[in-house]
Design a protein around this ligand. Structure first.
Ligand code: ZN
Length: 355
């Protein structure tokens, strides 16, 4: 049994704003979550002691909820790197798209793309960070694919239906060839269209998937590079080559960095507008070090960013059952004014409200 204290480290400051003024949060973690359950069993931890050790705080400044203590980088990189190396959400999202399942967050995608297109007319270069399956790449593929038969595409990977059946896993290894027919078909669609050039921007994080996100012998990045994106790059390469993006998406990933403001700063340096999607406020499980505060927009204004909360607008379009939050952030666009010019009625909060 591993000593619990050796797996955790103290985090006295808010991971978003750096503030130290805080109170014990009234939000109860719903459960450790699938990933931390695995950590507890693999490390032989005492479940009750683990639950008791993690205190959840609320930042007095930006409202961010975070755990103090939380996993050390070494432990979180084990968790995300190989104990739970495959990101369930990402592959499930690929499967749902291929076989035509309904997901509330799918409905937000055309609206988000429409807003980005209105803010950055004639966008030629679009990127997303780290996860290739959580954002708009499938929507872009659909937009260029016309009447492509996705059911036929899905049949190229018959084992998709067994994705999470553990007893089938042994039989799945060595069947990477199942992907090849799908890759050929999806490539053919892209070669016959003129989409925006797409980039997957990789940024290391010890609390994000990436090393081992493999299904049927295929890494999610390899598959994405074959059929969804034109280039896999990092921020340094974008800056070194002077490659600027019209928009950059952080879908399900901004709360998977220990230092989210450092990453946002890089993102807004290389892109005119950054779109972020987040778990709804108050959603906490022990897999996530923090849940971004309910005063994030005011905080970003205070730090000199243009920022708008798109959530009410997206909900008004796609319905309440999409419980995610959607933010727009920019260093170069006056978003409130730009959105007004697009004719979209999206309210911007009072920038003086954050103190
Ligand atoms: Zn804070």
């Amino acid at each position: 049994m591993a000593a619990l204290e050796s797996l955790l480290e103290s985090h006295p400051n808010c991971p978003l704003c750096g503030g130290s003024s805080r109170s014990i949060a009234g939000y109860e973690a719903r459960s450790p979550g699938y990933y931390v359950e695995t950590l507890i069993s693999q490390f032989g931890l005492d479940r009750m002691a683990f639950d008791r050790a993690l205190n959840l705080f609320r930042c007095a400044g930006c409202g961010t909820l975070w755990y103090d203590p939380w996993l050390t980088p070494r432990v979180s990189s084990s968790l995300y790197g190989y104990l739970c190396g495959r990101h369930k959400f990402g592959w499930a999202s690929l499967r749902a798209w291929l076989v035509g399942l309904e997901r509330p967050y799918f409905r937000a995608r055309p609206e988000l793309w429409g807003i980005l297109g209105a803010l950055v007319p004639n966008m030629t270069d679009y990127g997303e960070v780290n996860c290739p399956y959580g954002g708009l790449f499938f929507h872009l593929f659909d937009a260029m694919a016309g009447d492509v038969n996705r059911e036929a595409l899905a049949r190229k990977i018959p084992l998709l239906s067994q994705m999470y059946a553990g007893e089938k896993l042994v039989g799945q290894y060595g069947e990477a060839g199942a992907f090849s027919g799908l890759i050929d078909d999806m490539r053919a669609v892209r070669e016959n269209a003129t989409p925006p050039r797409t980039f997957l921007v990789r940024e290391f994080s010890d609390m994000c998937w990436g090393h081992s996100c493999i299904f049927n012998g295929n890494h999610c990045l390899a598959f994405a590079q074959d059929v969804l994106v034109d280039e896999v790059v990092d921020f340094d390469t974008l800056r070194a080559t002077g490659q600027r993006l019209g928009a950059l998406g952080l879908f399900n990933v901004w709360d998977h960095f220990r230092d989210p403001m450092r990453v946002l700063s890089k993102a807004t340096d290389v892109a005119d507008v950054v779109v972020i999607d987040l778990h709804h406020y108050g959603w906490t499980d022990a897999q996530h070090f923090f849940n971004v505060g309910d005063r994030v927009i005011e905080f970003l204004h205070d730090r000199g960013f243009n920022a708008v909360d798109l959530t009410p607008h997206i909900k008004s379009v796609v319905g309440e059952d999409d419980d995610r939050r959607y933010l727009l952030v920019s260093k170069v666009l006056e978003l409130g004014m730009a959105l007004e010019e697009t004719g979209l009625a999206i309210a911007s909060p009072d920038p003086t409200a954050y103190v």
